[in-house]
Design a protein around this ligand. Structure first.
Ligand SMILES: [Zn+2]
Length: 399
């Protein structure tokens, strides 16, 4: 994948006149000041029960392992790699237990590559918890997991978050332990040379991505509230992303869903709540453009104007964003749609799974509560697929 990338970079470098504009966050202080806000820590897993604290590093790792122990049929714990200081970069791989041989679209959430932007870290842990606990009780979540492989990496820069030691996020910093901004350190598809050598956290992330087939991804940040869609390297006038209209729809759905809970959200950058990355400010060597150039549709979600949200605000932010974060997973099934997907939580389904062996190879006829439908399988290689038809997940086996 990297060889392809370099070829692309060589081809595109000539034509990419990089717009150099001020970057609002380009020169933050190297050391974050000691936090005076209330960043209450949970020193045991039990103390996370109210979801009104940040976990210590040990509690975080214990929670991730605890999910595997509690839900062995639904999840697996991957170690993406280790940080400069040897902390674990973890991802929980979650999918339904209905049929593990099923080919399912893969979706990836990753947060807090800027170590002091910890709202997403908390939200991703809670998303893991909600998805796993809701399987089998919520019909919608059950259907979502049965049709999707979801990978959640709550913390991609643990040295930055736990810069003050494993028991506090009060001295969290943006950078990794080598004082490198990880979101300016990816190979640049448009030819800008990196300022630093590839950092261990990013090298591990690239390797992990190359081992999977993620179709959709989100990279969670904080400091603003806005959905930032590709490209970051260009303004929309210079180079429009081929999926920009699709991205606008996806962003609008996310923002609208959050605003149903709190209408004041996502207004500090654009009133719409979303922006073409380069129109906000241009950066190079970011993760979003690298992923999108690799064929993974990645969105940068800026989820709170305060980077390290006080712990007494955490429950409110979860309530605002939980539904939107869950719905965003479902977008992986609608990458080629111009029509919006059925809301994950309102879809009415009698039976979450129906099985249709398909001996005729290129077409399958499926029956749902709404009638008979023909599914064209011409483009699919042989295999087992979960395909949404009229809001019903059907399993189709192409021989
Ligand atoms: Zn950030």
């Amino acid at each position: 994948m990297r060889r392809i990338l370099l070829t692309m970079a060589a081809l595109l470098a000539v034509g990419s006149a990089m717009a150099q504009k001020p970057r609002p966050d380009a020169f933050p202080p190297m050391e974050a000041p000691l936090e005076t806000k209330a960043l209450t820590m949970a020193t045991t897993v039990e103390e996370m029960a109210g979801w009104d604290r940040y976990p210590t590093y040990e509690v975080y790792v214990a929670m991730m392992q605890g999910y595997v122990d509690s839900f062995p049929d639904l999840c697996r714990l991957d170690t993406i790699g280790t940080s400069v200081r040897g902390r674990l970069i973890l991802a929980l791989a979650i999918t339904g237990s209905a049929d593990n041989d099923l080919v399912r679209p893969e979706m990836f959430y990753s947060s807090t590559m800027h170590g002091d932007e910890i709202t997403g870290f908390y939200l991703m842990l809670r998303l893991c918890d909600t998805l796993l606990r809701s399987y089998g009780t919520s019909e919608a979540i059950t259907r979502l997991l049965d049709g999707t492989r979801i990978y959640i990496n709550p913390l991609s820069n643990p040295d930055g978050t736990y810069n003050g030691g494993n028991n506090t996020v009060g001295r969290a910093m943006r950078y990794n332990a080598n004082r490198v901004d990880l979101n300016r350190n990816f190979p640049d598809p448009f030819g800008t040379p990196p300022m630093n050598e590839l950092q261990p956290e990013n090298e591990a992330m690239i390797h992990y991505v190359e081992q999977h087939h993620f179709l959709l991804s989100a990279n969670l940040h904080g400091g603003s509230e806005v959905m930032n869609y590709p490209w970051d390297s260009f303004t929309s006038r210079e180079r429009l992303n081929e999926h920009s209209e699709w991205w606008k729809q996806v962003c609008k759905r996310f923002v609208d869903t959050c605003r149903k809970v709190d209408p004041a959200r996502f207004k500090d950058v654009r009133t719409s709540g979303y922006v073409n990355g380069g129109d906000w400010y241009v950066i190079s060597n970011g993760r979003q453009d690298y992923f999108n150039d690799c064929g993974i549709r990645e969105l940068t979600m800026e989820l709170s104007t305060t980077k390290s949200l006080p712990t007494d605000s955490l429950n409110h932010y979860w309530r605002c964003q939980a539904q939107a974060l869950i719905n965003y997973i479902d977008e992986v099934h609608h990458l080629n749609d111009s029509t919006p997907p059925t809301s994950v939580l309102s879809c009415d389904v009698d039976s979450p799974f129906k099985v249709y062996p398909n001996p005729t190879r290129d077409k399958a006829t499926v029956e749902t509560a709404k009638g008979r439908h023909t599914v064209d399988l011409t483009r699919f290689p042989a295999g087992v697929y979960a395909i949404p038809v009229e809001g019903v997940w059907v399993k189709i086996i192409k021989l």
